[in-house]
Design a protein around this ligand. Structure first.
Ligand SMILES: NC(=O)c1ccc[n+]([C@@H]2O[C@H](COP(=O)([O-])OP(=O)(O)OC[C@H]3O[C@@H](n4cnc5c(N)ncnc54)[C@H](O)[C@@H]3O)[C@@H](O)[C@H]2O)c1
Length: 306
């Protein structure tokens, strides 16, 4: 499906990114395997993991090159886009996947916990989106027609459910969603699609030793719902010519299920209240008071099974 295409997968040394890089390569894409090689909380640096994925791809006859840069570093991100162009002459697919967590309740979260998680997710997506978009726009103008471009952003259900112990991560994933879809509006006229996935799979991010590890554990028999390899074919599909008309969407994906969340959309709100002229506090209470009287915070947000 992806013969001749050039892809970048960020954070591709392990977990979901590794599976996505392998699948894109199996489908024929030449892949830039980006990874800074950090630990689960974003500290440290190690190039060996990205190298290992490149070797895995080469072992089955695929083409790949490693890039060890930090996705949230302006110069590194520009160099990453340039690596695709210099190595393989083009860029067609950008999978923004790199990230890490620093989960804490809001009461205990430090400024550094907040800044570092927002940095890797939001700025980390922004930098590559910016330089890829410039490349695609210039190429479309030079060629006088649309290019082949695919953007896949990696958000999370932590954003959709606003998960309580992850205020930094949920905010970062909201940022990725808005940023990816905003970029999609800007680049659609150049032939580029942009979609967002909210995956769920067993990786070191979810293997934290608690309830999540138990929920995501590999079953003794039957389908392994949380195998991270389950997500990769969907990313390859979104990256493929077959998904030409799939754009501006948010999906959740886990195991055997792909759910179209759709585009965050104000045209189909839950409800709308209208007043002729300016609202007063009293009129607002008359209208909204009964509507919300029986609700409490969190209604409609709880994770299934939680
Ligand atoms: N596992 C899940 O259930 C789940 C759920 C929702 C979203 N996600 C998202 O999927 C993505 C992949 O996560 P994962 O579960 O595979 O975790 P993971 O820790 O296995 O992989 C993340 C990779 O990103 C790399 N990385 C981190 N910071 C980087 C940086 N600044 N520059 C380059 N690389 C960097 C890490 O070195 C690591 O290899 C993340 O964005 C995560 O938030 C995962």
């Amino acid at each position: 499906m992806l013969d001749g295409k050039v892809a970048i997968v960020t954070g591709a040394a392990r977990g979901l990114g590794r599976e996505e890089a392998l699948e894109l390569a199996r489908q024929g894409a030449r892949v830039v395997v980006n990874d800074l090689g950090v630990s689960g909380d974003g500290t440290g640096r190690d190039t060996s993991a990205a190298d290992a994925v490149v070797e895995e791809i080469k072992a089955f006859g695929g083409e790949a090159v490693a890039h060890f840069g930090d996705v949230a570093d302006w110069n590194d991100a520009q160099a990453m886009i340039q690596t695709a162009i210099d190595s393989y002459g083009d860029l067609n697919i950008l999978v923004n996947n790199a990230g890490f967590c620093r989960d804490k309740m809001i009461f205990n979260m430090t400024e550094e916990d907040f800044d570092s998680v927002l940095r890797v997710h939001v700025k980390g997506s922004f930098c590559s989106l910016k330089f890829a978009s410039i490349y695609w726009r210039e190429k479309a103008k030079a060629e006088g027609g649309p290019v082949y471009g695919r953007i896949i952003g990696t958000s999370s259900e932590a954003f959709l459910y606003c998960s309580v112990g992850q205020p930094n991560y949920a905010a970062g994933k909201a940022g990725i969603t808005a940023l990816t879809l905003s970029t999609g509006f800007a680049v659609q006229k150049y032939g580029v699609t942009a979609n967002v996935i909210c995956p769920r799979a067993r990786t070191r991010m979810t293997d934290t030793g608690g309830l999540l590890s138990e929920m995501f554990a590999k079953p003794e028999e039957g389908f392994d719902t949380f195998d991270p390899a389950n997500i990769a074919p969907f990313v390859a599909y979104l990256a493929s010519p077959k998904a030409e008309h799939v754009s501006g969407q948010v999906f959740t994906c886990c195991g055997e299920n792909i759910t179209v969340v759709g585009r965050p959309d104000v045209t189909t709100p839950e409800n709308q209240f209208h007043n002729q002229g300016q609202w007063t506090v009293e009129k607002l209470d008359d209208a909204l008071g009964p509507y919300f009287a029986s609700r409490k915070f969190g209604d409609g947000y709880a994770l299934p099974g939680a």
